[in-house]
Design a protein around this ligand. Structure first.
Ligand code: ADP
Ligand code: MG
Length: 668
C-alpha cells in the first residue's frame, strides 16, 4: 500500500464521502492518517454476559435471540433486542431507530459497547456503539473519536482509517529516538488511531507532537542558516554625522521615546551595522509606538543612501502610515511616496504601499530596507521574491497581535525578536466590565445616557457564530437579527449595520456616517473589525463575549480608546458557567495583550490560541504551544540534529520540512 495514493482509491467508499474528505483537505492516504482523534472511548473490556456488573463500560458479543418494538409510558419508541452469548442474556435498547428492526435480525452476531444498567434483575445496555458479524472496529477496543466536520462522523472516519495498512517510515536517526525516548514513527501512527492502551496512545501523541514541533523549528533553523550566508551591499553607518542626524530626528519628535522604544531601536540599529541582513520581528501592542521606530529605521537607511519600503495589509493602513510619516519627516528632506491600488503619490526615499509592493512590477532599485506591518508570515516567501529580483535588504516585520513568547520563538525561530512592552505615558485604560444577563437592561440604560449626555458612539459586535475567516450567511443573519432587536431597544437613536456582504461603496457610506456622527450605534459582525478606525467611538459592546478568545476580545477592545476621552468595553454574556465568567472577569482586569494571550494558551490547553488562524498564523495539528516542556525538548533535539547530522541524508525528514515550508508560502 502506498500512502501517497489518492483518497478516492479507498475501497467501498461512496463518492459523497470522498468529497467530504477532500473538503477537509484530505486528499491522500497520508493526509487521512494525519487526521488525528482528539479523544477516545475505552470499550476494550469484552465481558461474558453472566459476569457483567451494573455500571461498567464494556463490550458484549453474542447472537440476537429476540427483537421487539416498544412504546414507553412517556411515548418514547424503543427497539429492544435480546443478545445471548451462551452464558446468559442481555437487553439492548435503542431509542427511536426503527430501521434497526430491519437491519439487526434474529440469529445475527452482534457486538455492542456501552454502560451496563440494571432494572430489577434484568441487565440491559443502551449501546453507544455496535457492529455486526464479529468485526471489532467500533467495539472491543479503545476507539478514537475524531473532530466531526463537514458531515463526516467518527464512525465513518474510523472505518476508513482501518483500511490503511502501512504507516510512514522512521524519519529520525536512532540517536534522536533513543535520547528522547520516542515511540517509533510507524507505531506512533498506528497507535494514535487504534491504541492498545491509553499509555501507548500518550506515547504516540507525544511522538507525533515531537515531530511537528521539531519540523517547524528545524525549518526555521535551516532558513536562518541560509539567510546568515547572505551579505548586504553596504553596512549602514550610525556614527559621526549620521549619529548626530538621528539624534536630531529623535529630538524633533513631539514626545520622548519610551524606554522600550529606545531598547528596541538599539536592537535594530545594532543589526543594521552588520554586513548580513537584519531579520527582525517587532512585537508591540496597538498604540505602543511601533511606527516611530519604523520611521527611525527608514531614516537610517536614507542617511546611508538607501530607499525603504513600508508595507501594510490594507490601503487604509498604508494611507495612515503615509500621513504619519509625512508629519514625522516634515522638517527633514526625506521624500515619501504612496503606492496603492487607488492612490499614487510620488516620493522615493520611503515608499509606503500594500503587501503587493514587492510582488508587483515595482522598481526595486537601491532598496536597503523592507518593513512589513501586520503580516505574520513575512519571511520565507517574500525573501525569496526579493532575492529573485536581486536584492538583499534588511527586513523588519511588525505586529500588534499578542503572541506568547514561546509561540513566537517556535514559529519565528528564524527571526530575531524585539518587544515593545511599554505604552507611552498618559494613556487611559479602556474600562472593561463583564455584564451578566441580569445587568443587561441597566447596561443599555447607561449607554443611552452616555449617548444623550456625551454624544458617545457605540460599536456593538455580534457574537461569533462560526470561527471562520470568511463571513458566512449564518453570521450575517445573526447580525441582521441583532440590528432589528437593537432598533427596538434604542428606537430614538440612529443605528447602522455593517457586515462583510455589504459592498464597497455602501460600506464606505456606512463608515462615513458613523465617522461623521450621523449614526450613534454601529452594529457589526466580528470579521469586519479589522481596519475599522473611528476615534470618536468610545464604547465597545461585545455580545456573546464568552464565544471569543481573550486575544480576540483584546483586538476588539482596541477599536476604542483611541481618542483622549475615557473609553469603555462591555462584555455581554448570557452564560452561567463560572469558569467562563471568571475568564471574562480576568479579561476586564487585564489590559496587557501578552498576558491575555498566555492565559488563552493555558485555558485552551492543547490545540490553538483562539483567532490565531484568522490572523494568518499556522495551526498546530497535534502539538500545543502550551507544552513548554516539549517545545524545549524539541528545540534541543533540533540543535543536536543540526550539529551531528546532515538533513540531506534524511530524505523523509527533509520532505516534511519542505512540505511545512510550502504550507507557509501557500498561506503568504
Ligand atoms: P502602533 O504600535 O500601534 O503602530 P503607533 O506607532 O501608531 O502605534 O503609535 C500610536 C500613537 O502613539 C501615535 O499617535 C504616536 O504618535 C504616539 N506615540 C508613539 N510613541 C510615543 C511616545 N514615546 N510618547 C507618546 N506618544 C507616542
Ligand atoms: Mg501600527
Amino acid at each position: 500500500m502506498n500512502l501517497s495514493e489518492p483518497i478516492s482509491s479507498l475501497p467501498r467508499t461512496s463518492s459523497v464521502t470522498i468529497k467530504k474528505f477532500q473538503s477537509l483537505e484530505i486528499n491522500t492516504y497520508l493526509d487521512l492518517i494525519n487526521y488525528f482523534p482528539f479523544r477516545y472511548e475505552d470499550y476494550s473490556i469484552v465481558s461474558k454476559i453472566n459476569r457483567l456488573q451494573p455500571g461498567e463500560t464494556v463490550t458484549v458479543e453474542g447472537v440476537i435471540s429476540q427483537s421487539k418494538y416498544q412504546i414507553t409510558r412517556t411515548g418514547l419508541k424503543i427497539q429492544v433486542f435480546k443478545l445471548d452469548d451462551g452464558t446468559g442474556e442481555i437487553e439492548l435498547g435503542f431509542y427511536n431507530q426503527p430501521y434497526l428492526l430491519r437491519l439487526l435480525k434474529k440469529g445475527m452476531n452482534i457486538s455492542a459497547a456501552g454502560i451496563i444498567e440494571q432494572y430489577g434483575k434484568k441487565l440491559s445496555i443502551k449501546p453507544k456503539e455496535y457492529e455486526v458479524n464479529g468485526k471489532r472496529v467500533h467495539t472491543a477496543r479503545i476507539i478514537p473519536i475524531y473532530p466531526e466536520k463537514k458531515g463526516l462522523s467518527s464512525r465513518t472516519i474510523r472505518e476508513k482509517m482501518m483500511f490503511i495498512e502501512s504507516f510512514p517510515e522512521e524519519i529520525f536517526p536512532e540517536k534522536i529516538i533513543l535520547f528522547n525516548n520516542l515511540m517509533g514513527e510507524p507505531t506512533a501512527y498506528q497507535q494514535i488511531h487504534f491504541p492498545d492502551s491509553l499509555e501507548s496512545e500518550k506515547k504516540a501523541r507525544e511522538r507525533l507532537a515531537f515531530d511537528e514541533l521539531f519540523t517547524i523549528q528545524l525549518s526555521s533553523r535551516l532558513v536562518k542558516k541560509e539567510w546568515e550566508k547572505e551579505k548586504v551591499t553596504n553596512k549602514f553607518i550610525l556614527t559621526g554625522k549620521n549619529e548626530k542626524l538621528i539624534n536630531k530626528f529623535i529630538e524633533s519628535l513631539p514626545f520622548k521615546l519610551t524606554k522600550a522604544q529606545h531598547r528596541v531601536w538599539k536592537e535594530i540599529s545594532s543589526d543594521l551595522k552588520k554586513d548580513n541582513p537584519m531579520n527582525r520581528f517587532l512585537q508591540g501592542e496597538v498604540g505602543s509606538g511601533k511606527t516611530v521606530v519604523a520611521a527611525l529605521t527608514c531614516y537610517l537607511a536614507y542617511l546611508n543612501g538607501y530607499r525603504s519600503l513600508l508595507m501594510a495589509p490594507t490601503e487604509i493602513l498604508a494611507t495612515q502610515h503615509y500621513q504619519t510619516l509625512v508629519k514625522l519627516f516634515k522638517k527633514f528632506p526625506v521624500k515619501i511616496g504612496l503606492q496603492t491600488g487607488s492612490q499614487k503619490i510620488n516620493g522615493n526615499d520611503i515608499v509606503v504601499g500594500t503587501h503587493a509592493l514587492v510582488s508587483k512590477k515595482f522598481k526595486l532599485e537601491k532598496v536597503g530596507l523592507v518593513i512589513v506591518d501586520e503580516q505574520h508570515r513575512f519571511g520565507v516567501a517574500q525573501r525569496a521574491e526579493l532575492k529573485n529580483k536581486g536584492i538583499t535588504p534588511h527586513l523588519l516585520s511588525m505586529t500588534a497581535t499578542p503572541i506568547p513568547r514561546t509561540v513566537a520563538l517556535t514559529l519565528y525561530g528564524e527571526l530575531d525578536l524585539s518587544i515593545i512592552d511599554e505604552m507611552p505615558p498618559g494613556r487611559k485604560r479602556v474600562k472593561t466590565f463583564y455584564v451578566s444577563k441580569e445587568k443587561r437592561q441597566a447596561g443599555y440604560q447607561w449607554m443611552r445616557s452616555e449617548i444623550l449626555n456625551h454624544q458617545s458612539q457605540i460599536f456593538i459586535v455580534c457574537p461569533l457564530i462560526e470561527e471562520s475567516e470568511i463571513e458566512t450567511m449564518k453570521s450575517v443573519k445573526a447580525a441582521k437579527a441583532e440590528y432589528e432587536n437593537l432598533k427596538k431597544i434604542f428606537p430614538d437613536f440612529k443605528i447602522g449595520l455593517l457586515h462583510g456582504k455589504i459592498k464597497g461603496k455602501e460600506k464606505n457610506k456606512i463608515m462615513e456616517d458613523f465617522n461623521n456622527r450621523k449614526t450613534d450605534i454601529l452594529v457589526a459582525t466580528p470579521v469586519v473589525e479589522v481596519g475599522v478606525d473611528i476615534p470618536n467611538a468610545t464604547i465597545m459592546l461585545i455580545e456573546g463575549a464568552e464565544r471569543f478568545g481573550l486575544a480576540q476580545l483584546h483586538q476588539l477592545r482596541g477599536r476604542v480608546g483611541r481618542g483622549d476621552k475615557q473609553s469603555y468595553c462591555f462584555l455581554f454574556s448570557e452564560t452561567d458557567s463560572l469558569p467562563v465568567i471568571e475568564r471574562l472577569r480576568f479579561f476586564s482586569q487585564t489590559s496587557d495583550g501578552n498576558k491575555l494571550a498566555e492565559e488563552d494558551l493555558k485555558i485552551r490547553g492543547p490545540g490553538d490560541i483562539y483567532g490565531m488562524k484568522q490572523h494568518g498564523f499556522i495551526e498546530l495539528k497535534i502539538a500545543s504551544f502550551g507544552d513548554y516542556a516539549l517545545i524545549d525538548k524539541t528545540k534541543k533535539a533540533v540543535g543536536y540534529f543540526d550539529s551531528h547530522f546532515s538533513i540531506t541524508n534524511y530524505r523523509l525528514l527533509k520532505k516534511k520540512v519542505d512540505n511545512y515550508q510550502k504550507g507557509i508560502v501557500a498561506r503568504d
